[in-house]
Design a protein. Structure first.
Length: 183
């Protein structure tokens, strides 16, 4: 129950809806039902409106933070080497890795078998491997960001097969904090 309404009597549905509103998890349709039910009580309606507006504002802040984080992660400098020209490493945060395991699906596997038999390139398998590589790399960047790093050195990608139709992609590297060198 939201603190603004503690001590008030409410049915089970109202109590659970109010709790969802206070936690920011209420669905728009449930909120509409709740406000429709409470519209005769101006004080209750004002409290519900205030809680909804606060929830929406918090959601906007979360979304903005998520967009900012994605932009930072996508712009993160990475190298298979061990330094960045024009920057110096000021802190090492340790080895990090991220894994993605994907099934190719029976039809991709059959297509890959034909490609293998005829010695041609499998476009569907290439696409699936590219998607898995990108996902593993993004997970690695997110893990480095979560650890406080702003760059990755010694990046390595490894591929492994599990059976005939499951591929694992492992992205690894050392999380570091870099700063521009002073001239």
């Amino acid at each position: 129950m939201p603190p603004e309404l503690s001590g008030e009597v409410a049915c089970d549905w109202c109590r659970s809806s109010l709790q969802a509103l206070a936690e920011g998890t209420i669905q728009r349709s449930a909120y509409a039902q709740l406000t429709d039910y409470a519209r005769k009580d101006e004080v209750l309606s004002a409290i519900l409106t205030s809680l909804w507006e606060r929830m929406m504002a918090e959601e906007l802040v979360r979304r903005a933070a998520s967009v900012d984080r994605v932009a930072v992660v996508e712009a993160m400098p990475t190298t298979s080497g061990f330094n960045f020209e024009g920057s110096s490493i000021v802190r090492y945060l340790g080895f990090r890795s991220a894994e993605v395991v994907v099934g190719m699906g029976v039809f991709r596997a059959i297509g890959a078998d034909f490609s293998d038999f005829f010695g041609t390139e499998s476009n569907s398998l290439n696409k699936k491997l590219g998607e898995a590589k990108e996902a593993a790399f993004r997970r690695l960047q997110a893990e480095v960001s979560d650890a406080g790093g702003n760059a990755i050195i010694g990046v390595d990608l490894d591929y492994t097969m599990f059976g005939t139709s499951i591929v694992g992609v492992i992205a690894s590297g050392t999380a570091v904090v870099i700063e521009p060198c002073g001239d």
